[in-house]
Write a protein that binds this ligand. Structure first.
Ligand code: ZN
Ligand code: ZN
Length: 255
């Protein structure tokens, strides 16, 4: 089932996405790929990142298209167990429609799987239980330096030994709070650092979340215009896993 959705797209505004990611370019490419529904979700890693979102919102409102385009953002924790640079007041003032976010670090040099996984799980649960958030982004994505500090087999083992109660806890919070777990194209499945064994283990992990009733969504995490469209691969993964329509999350437009 091809939905043509992508709920994780960056822009040139925050300098993380490159200069190709103007609203006009994103929309024209998505139209060319016959996509149907997008969310523009640039970074909020600190309070200084917030002001540019007014410009992004203006661009969304100005661009002419029949596509469904939601105004969103991607949150990151400011430190281990620290707060988001975000709150109810910012949420209301800016009118964000799709708020995605999650942990972006191991926050430790440890090679102890239990310790590393516990930090991730704790932050995943905070994300899934936060009423301001709609999507938990790229669980078990790690930056290049952190990935390379441990052998590839270690990362595969981390996923393959995931305890049942960790999977169940996340899936139940996702369903209860209408907060989706993201299947991310560029961070996970187009990530050149990640070997096929890790990606296979990742798909098995998604299958366990499916069995426990988690909701899912897809995102390209595009940082370059050519990456728009990669979310279709993630829709294919959900299709291959036989995830039923009731477990596919879709954004709701604000009134
Ligand atoms: Zn991210
Ligand atoms: Zn992102």
């Amino acid at each position: 089932m091809r939905l043509g959705t992508d709920y994780h797209i960056h822009t040139f505004y925050q300098r993380c996405g490159n200069g190709t990611l103007t609203l006009e370019n994103i929309i024209r490419r998505a139209e060319g790929l016959r996509m149907t529904s997008l969310a523009i979700t640039d970074h909020i890693n600190n309070f200084e990142h917030i002001a540019n979102h007014k410009l992004i919102k203006q661009d969304i409102e100005a661009v002419e298209t029949d596509l469904e385009v939601f105004f969103g953002c991607e949150l990151n924790f400011m430190s281990c167990d620290g707060p988001w640079p975000y709150n109810e007041q910012i949420h209301q003032e800016y009118g964000f429609e799709v708020v995605i976010g999650g942990i972006h670090s191991t926050y430790t040099d440890s090679q102890d799987i239990v310790e590393v996984r516990d930090i991730q799980q704790r932050h995943h649960m905070r994300t899934l239980n936060d009423p301001l958030l709609n999507v938990l982004v790229h669980p078990y994505w790690f930056g290049k330096a952190e990935w390379e500090a441990r052998p590839a087999e270690w990362w595969v083992e981390l996923l393959e030994t995931m305890p049942d109660d960790y999977v169940r806890e996340m899936a139940q919070a996702s369903a209860a709070n209408d907060c989706a777990i993201e299947v991310n194209a560029c961070a996970i499945f187009y990530n050149k650092n990640y070997p096929a064994e890790f990606q296979s283990a990742y798909i098995r992990y998604l299958g366990r979340l499916r069995d426990e009733g988690a909701l899912f969504t897809v995102g390209s995490d595009a940082h370059d215009i050519k990456q728009i469209g990669t979310s279709e691969y993630c829709e294919g993964i959900l299709d291959g896993l036989g995830v039923p329509a009731e477990q596919i999350w879709r954004p709701r437009a604000s009134a």
